[in-house]
Design a protein around this ligand. Structure first.
Ligand SMILES: Nc1nc2c(c(=O)[nH]1)N[C@H]1C(S)=C(S)[C@@H](COP(=O)(O)OP(=O)(O)OC[C@H]3O[C@@H](n4cnc5c(=O)[nH]c(N)nc54)[C@H](O)[C@@H]3O)O[C@H]1N2
Ligand SMILES: Nc1nc2c(c(=O)[nH]1)N[C@H]1C(S)=C(S)[C@@H](COP(=O)(O)OP(=O)(O)OC[C@H]3O[C@@H](n4cnc5c(=O)[nH]c(N)nc54)[C@H](O)[C@@H]3O)O[C@H]1N2
Ligand SMILES: [Mo]
Length: 782
């Protein structure tokens, strides 16, 4: 096969069906390779043994899946280990490196190579004259930020982004700083992942989060898993799926792609099984809707249940519906009025298969529905999640053990970030308590989310951008537009562990502020500090770093926030240094401000931490009607127009968001290729495209504007007709800035309307216009 495109030399690209179970030997091999490459075989292994432990260890920053309740000693997975090892690397990127390379030169480097230079070691400032980053003292860095912020006409000219790994205590200080400064401009990565879940669940149940915990997963009769690639992105879920299967529970996967977690697995911590290569099934039924067809599919399941209920009242939980819900009759009428033809057309799933899934649902006493980005990153994400809740309500699958909605979050503390105040649309009650306890006067008008921050920077209305973790330039939609927006800023600064693209796509002034990672010891005057995090199932627990910091000049995130706040707020009312000396003090304040955090310091030290109460779990619905509310949204039209395809962007197995570990995607059988587009065989044939042919992908935005990627390789894949898929962040160039959902404001990262054509001769995969990891070079906006 021809070598794939890319700025770095590539081995031949390949695509072969993956025939092995998820996890197991492939995972072990991949982990060993990363440990060796990062020079961390001994220390890395030691640290990994301490990860996710009840007492002591640090919380794995790899995903937001909860820790085992059963004291499993190795509650870890391949991708968690890779993620931690990436942070613990022995490699360092110090001042000599920055002296040797200009920023313009680094811009040509791949994202892999940038991060692979190792951990950042000291604060750096951009010197425009020489085009180099040069060392700067912490004090001077804070003063540069402080003076720029003080010089703004309005606090709303700055935006404070959070990527979801920031611990709860740092999060609280961060939002306090923004609000004491006078802005709610707190865009976060949630704006790109689960905003739809929060909005839908709040409207339906009065609670922005899922109601399930691991015990519910362990006792349910049926699990419905929608739009998540668990084997790669929440691998510890594999254990829960295998256990459910062994128990005899039904497991239904709903995904246009049959992902590895929808087949079988070797349970990650069961080494004896691994030695014998013994796999457990993780699915009892797989259904492949067309991209965006989930709402119709769920509506079909509800229709089947309501039809059965006519002869068998037990198909519904009428008592639950009467006592706890609002709007049932309207919903029933709507479902009756939705024809099977329409449901089949919109979901691209036959009635028989929908009925099969509905049967599983009807026959289960208790059902859990889990979802992730395959459901949220759509125009109608909120409506789809509300339809999921409708289905759950029909059989009283909320507020009892083994049942409920269970979104799986992304970043390890993205849920905690929201709980602790990162919200551009804060509630009045929260602001009132913040004002009272912290004696500040927080602004009441809503702030900017991710998309609106990019737009405001582009218009010059936001002049200062702070990235608290993450890699905004690559993670945000519309890469070219986002780059222009960041470059338009007066000042951009990032609190980071590793060098990434966002440091190179900078404002007139720019800073890189290196911080401690979660694996590292955080020494403050009051001793070694711990940070708390909240997982997808609302469990809050402490995380204790154990490694010597990568450099003596690193500061903790709370210390950096305090440094900025003191410089920007000369008359601050907040005792920043006092908080940083001892994080218990931050927690004591949080206990007074945040609902559910009473007695925080004591409860967070319990062996498994504590669970934040979910009122909906107790059948208390904080909705206008005081009941769980059915929704009655019409089915959207999701059928692609003739000649067009729906394209979803997603992660490969060997990547962590914008961090790419290799060009392989093991479970999908892809080797050495990221600039690809997965297509149905017939869709390829219809367009005269053969396996690995170079293709041009043109996305048409809501406003009619077009964006293109050229010379990507078409790869045949078993997805429904009319669908295509490829990787983020390379494909973010295709997502127009105005392509966000009017329901959730989330960019439509799973729902691009594209045409795909064979590239003209000469624009093949070797074409210099396409590089694997420098999307800027590959944009040809039309
Ligand atoms: N190793 C690793 N772990 C991670 C991450 C990582 O990058 N690497 N990222 C973390 C983050 S921040 C997040 S938010 C999560 C993301 O976790 P996922 O949600 O699993 O992320 P994606 O890779 O975007 O995959 C989305 C899945 O949705 C499916 N899908 C696409 N469109 C549709 C649709 O219309 N309907 C349905 N039913 N399915 C659809 C795709 O086939 C794919 O299986 O993972 C977290 N964990
Ligand atoms: N097309 C498309 N785009 C997407 C998505 C998609 O599915 N499709 N998914 C979206 C989603 S769900 C998300 S969450 C975003 C991800 O967006 P981000 O969260 O912004 O990106 P990451 O790649 O997770 O950030 C990696 C960087 O975080 C820094 N970092 C790592 N550890 C730490 C730490 O402990 N502290 C600090 N301060 N910094 C640290 C490192 O410098 C590293 O380079 O991307 C979004 N973009
Ligand atoms: Mo995410």
């Amino acid at each position: 096969m021809e070598p794939s495109v890319g700025a770095v030399p590539h081995a031949p690209a390949g695509s072969h069906p993956y025939r092995h179970p998820a996890a197991g030997w492939g995972a072990a091999k991949s982990v060993t390779r990363v440990l060796l490459e990062q020079g961390e075989l001994r220390e890395g292994t030691r640290a990994i043994l301490k990860m996710n432990h009840e007492n002591g260890g640090f919380d794995c920053p790899g995903c937001a899946w909860p820790d085992s309740l059963k004291g499993i000693h190795l509650d870890i997975c391949e991708n968690g280990i890779k993620h931690v090892t990436w942070e613990m690397t022995r490699k360092r990127v110090g001042r000599e490196f920055f002296a040797a390379h200009t920023v313009s030169e680094l811009e040509e480097w791949s994202d892999f190579k940038l991060e692979d230079q190792g951990r950042l070691t000291e604060p750096l400032v951009y010197d425009a004259e020489t085009d180099h980053y040069v060392p700067i003292a912490w004090k001077d860095a804070f003063e540069l930020i402080g003076s720029t912020l003080r010089g703004l006409d309005s606090p709303n000219q700055a935006a404070y982004y959070t990527s979801g790994r920031l611990g709860n205590e740092a999060t609280f200080l961060y939002q306090l700083m923004a609000r004491e400064l006078g802005t709610n401009n707190l865009p976060d990565c949630s704006n790109m992942c689960h905003e739809a879940s929060g909005r839908a669940l709040t409207a339906a149940l009065g609670t922005a989060k899922g109601t399930c915990d691991l015990k519910d997963w362990e006792s349910t009769d049926a699990l419905f898993i929608l739009g998540v690639n668990a084997a790669s992105n929440a691998p510890r879920m594999l254990t829960a799926l295998a256990e459910a299967y062994r128990r005899g529970a039904q497991i239904v996967h709903i995904n246009p792609l049959v992902e590895a977690a929808a087949t079988r697995t070797i349970v990650p911590h069961e080494f004896a099984q691994m030695a014998m290569d013994k796999a457990t099934k993780t699915s009892t039924l797989n259904i492949q809707p067309r991209i965006g067809g989930d709402m119709a599919l769920i509506r079909g399941m509800a229709k089947a249940v309501l039809e059965w209920a006519q002869g068998d009242p037990k198909a519904l939980d009428e008592e639950f519906i009467d006592r706890h819900t609002q709007g049932y009759e309207e919903y029933r009428a709507l479902v009756e009025a939705t024809s099977w033809d329409e449901i089949e057309r919109q979901s691209a799933v036959g009635r028989q298969d929908i009925v099969k899934a509905a049967q599983v649902y009807r026959d289960a006493d208790r059902s859990v529905v889990c979802w992730c980005l395959g459901i949220t990153q759509h125009e109608h994400g909120v409506d789809t999640i509300r339809e999921i809740v409708n289905l759950l309500l029909l059989r009283g699958n909320i507020g009892r053990e083994g049942a409920g909605p269970s979104p799986v979050r992304g970043h390890s503390n993205v849920q905690g970030n929201r709980t602790c105040g990162i919200d551009h649309r804060p509630g009045a009650e929260f602001l009132d308590r913040l004002a009272q306890v912290c004696r500040i006067d927080p602004p009441r008008e809503f702030g900017l989310d991710t998309v609106r921050t990019v737009q405001a920077m582009h218009r010059g209305e936001v002049k200062v951008f702070c990235g608290m973790g993450g890699n905004f330039a690559l993670a945000a939609p519309d890469t070219r537009y986002t780059y222009e927006a960041l470059r338009n800023c007066e000042l951009t600064f990032h609190v980071s562990t590793k060098l990434n693209r966002s440091h190179l796509v900078h404002g007139k002034k720019a800073l890189i502020l290196p911080c401690l990672g979660r694996t590292e010891k955080d020494h403050q005057r009051g001793g070694v500090q711990q940070m708390s995090v909240e997982d997808s199932m609302s469990m809050v627990h402490l995380s204790l770093g154990m490694k010597k910091p990568a450099s003596p000049y690193l500061l903790s995130e709370p210390a950096i926030i305090a440094g900025i706040a003191k410089a920007a707020l000369p008359r601050t009312k907040t005792p920043w240094d006092w908080y940083v000396q001892d994080y218990d003090r931050i927690r004591d304040t949080m206990a007074k401000v945040l609902e559910g955090f009473e007695d925080f310091n004591r409860r967070v030290r319990l062996p498994l931490g504590f669970r934040i109460k979910q009122p909906a779990r107790e059948l208390v619905f904080l909705t206008p009607s005081g009941k769980a509310e059915f929704s009655t949204a019409p089915l959207p039209n999701t059928v692609p127009a003739p000649g067009t395809l729906l394209l979803g962007t997603m992660r490969s197995h060997d990547q962590w968001n914008t961090t790419i570990y290799s060009d392989d995607d093991r479970y999908r059988g892809i080797k050495n290729l990221r600039t690809l587009v997965l297509m149905n065989k017939k869709d390829m044939r219809e367009r005269g495209i053969a396996q690995f042919d170079p293709v041009d992908i043109v996305a048409t935005s809501k406003d009619g504007s077009q964006r293109a990627l050229n010379g990507f390789s078409a790869v045949e894949y078993a997805l429904p007709r009319g669908c295509a898929a490829g990787y983020m962040p390379e494909m973010n160039v295709l997502v127009g800035i105005k392509d966000y959902s009017r329901q959730s404001d989330q960019p439509l990262m799973k729902n691009l309307k594209v045409t795909i054509k064979r590239s003209k001769a000469g624009a093949g995969p070797q074409s210099k216009t396409v590089t694997a990891r420098a999307p800027r070079a590959s944009v040809t906006a039309q």
